[in-house]
Design a protein around this ligand. Structure first.
Ligand code: NAP
Length: 327
């Protein structure tokens, strides 16, 4: 496949970092944006952690056993080289001025693919979640995507080619309890994509979503760091992460929230690795006419979930989701 120039937002950890490394490995030119600069040694550490297989030796006590690493020997050996090949540029997707500055300082006429990936996830009951959290949630997860699309579209429209991949989530199809704001933002991204597909059809620009199920990244740890700026995350510290639930013990929602929070944190670490999504994205990039919606993740959380949603009543479906999270 011809090498493409690919712009990925939020490439400093998790899925974005994995896409940047894998697409570079596949011969593409990648510009990865970041909010917090991390040096290559830290990026390597994050990438290897996110691709380590974990198993519970005692789930109740959150005791984990480390297994092998999911990525090929070849990628592991070339990791330093691959990271050196990626152009990392700072960019906060909530800041329109930073985006304009960024666009004028890169050769935007060469961007073939935009992967909107930067995202955050607040946790908490609707009643108690401060409005500032809701605003920040939508600023990053929805308006951040819109700002990037508005910035990149003029040159894609002029060239009559281009691909925009919006990262949604299976949470956009099945709401996660106590993550209403996050789920709404991801459902919104699916709708945004559908709307854009029709708008951009005459201009030869393709738009699609990728909706991952749970993926083993530091995503919910990032949720915690929003509340505890200096918090460090290590996979073997899962028990202490659970204690860091961003909710007061006096909350009437505390007990049920803690059950859901514990399930989210405990499930994430044994979920499929980001590379699973990166491989799907690489396939989508090489497809002539991408579909509007792709999933990636465990079979249960993607294909089976969508199938169930089609054949059972909405109430029964919501009951199953609640049971999955333990409430
Ligand atoms: N992990 C999952 O289970 C999962 C499942 C479905 C969908 N997703 C989606 O996948 C995407 C990536 O998540 P992840 O799991 O890889 O999480 P992650 O490891 O926390 O990565 C999130 C990335 O977004 C960046 N970011 C956050 N706020 C930003 C801002 N204001 N401006 C620019 N960049 C910002 C972060 O930068 P800093 O680190 O520098 O703050 C980081 O690079 C998100 O959209 C998420 O909703 C994740």
């Amino acid at each position: 496949m011809k090498s493409k120039q690919i712009l990925i937002t939020g490439a400093s950890s998790g899925l974005g970092l994995s896409h940047a490394i894998y697409l570079t490995y596949k011969g593409h030119e990648v510009i990865g944006t970041y909010k917090n600069r991390r040096d290559n040694e830290i990026l390597k550490e994050i990438f290897l952690r996110d691709h380590t297989r974990y198993k519970y030796s005692n789930k109740k006590e959150s005791m984990l056993k480390k297994g092998k690493i999911f990525i090929s020997q070849d990628i592991q050996e070339k990791l330093d080289f691959l990271l050196d090949q990626i152009t990392f540029i700072p960019l906060d997707v909530t800041k329109s001025q930073e985006i304009s500055h960024f666009i004028t300082n890169i050769d935007d006429t060469a961007i073939d693919v935009l992967i909107n990936n930067a995202g955050i996830g607040y946790f908490g009951p609707v009643e108690e979640s401060p409005i500032e959290n809701w605003i920040h949630q939508f600023e990053v997860n929805v308006l951040g995507y819109v700002r990037m699309i508005q910035a990149i579209l003029p040159q894609m429209r002029e060239r009559r080619s281009g691909l925009i991949i919006n990262t949604a989530s299976m949470a956009g199809m099945a709401t996660i309890p106590f993550q209403a704001g996050y789920s709404i933002s991801k459902a919104g991204i699916i709708r945004l994509t559908d709307s854009l597909r029709t708008e951009l059809k005459p201009f030869g620009i393709h738009v699609t979503t990728i909706s991952p199920g749970d993926i083993n990244t530091s995503f919910d740890a990032a949720t915690i760091t929003l509340h505890k700026a200096e918090a460090k995350y290590r996979s073997d510290e899962i028990a202490s992460m659970i204690q860091e639930i961003p909710l007061q013990k006096s909350s009437p929602y505390y007990t049920r929230s803690l059950i859901v929070w514990t399930n989210i944190i405990q499930n994430l670490i044994i979920s499929p690795p980001p590379m699973k999504v990166s491989k799907k994205i690489t396939q989508v990039i090489s497809t002539r006419n991408p579909k509007s919606f792709y999933t990636a993740g465990s079979l249960l959380q993607t294909t089976l979930l969508l199938f169930l949603q089609r054949i059972i009543s909405r109430e029964f479906f919501l009951w199953i989701i609640a049971k999955f999270y333990g409430v």
